[in-house]
Design a protein around this ligand. Structure first.
Ligand SMILES: [Zn+2]
Length: 68
């Protein structure tokens, strides 16, 4: 992997595209997985936020208990 892949220049600004490992230091980047970032050195992993947690809308049919 080319280390330049971890950075990109945006408007003359250096932008990090990858996260670095807080344990191993800024020179160690976390591998991008579909659901997490993980460090290949120490195994540190950061789980990505799931875009939209589908709130389970359990529709309860209103049962009207008619009091007899
Ligand atoms: Zn690490």
């Amino acid at each position: 992997m080319n280390s330049s892949d971890y950075y990109k220049i945006e408007g003359g600004k250096l932008v990090r595209t990858h996260r670095s490992c807080p344990k191993c230091g800024p020179s160690y980047f976390l591998a991008d997985h579909y659901d997490r970032w993980s460090c290949g050195k120490c195994g540190y992993a950061v789980f990505k936020r799931k875009g939209q947690t589908k709130a389970k809308a359990t529709r309860r049919s209103p049962r009207k208990r008619s009091k007899a």
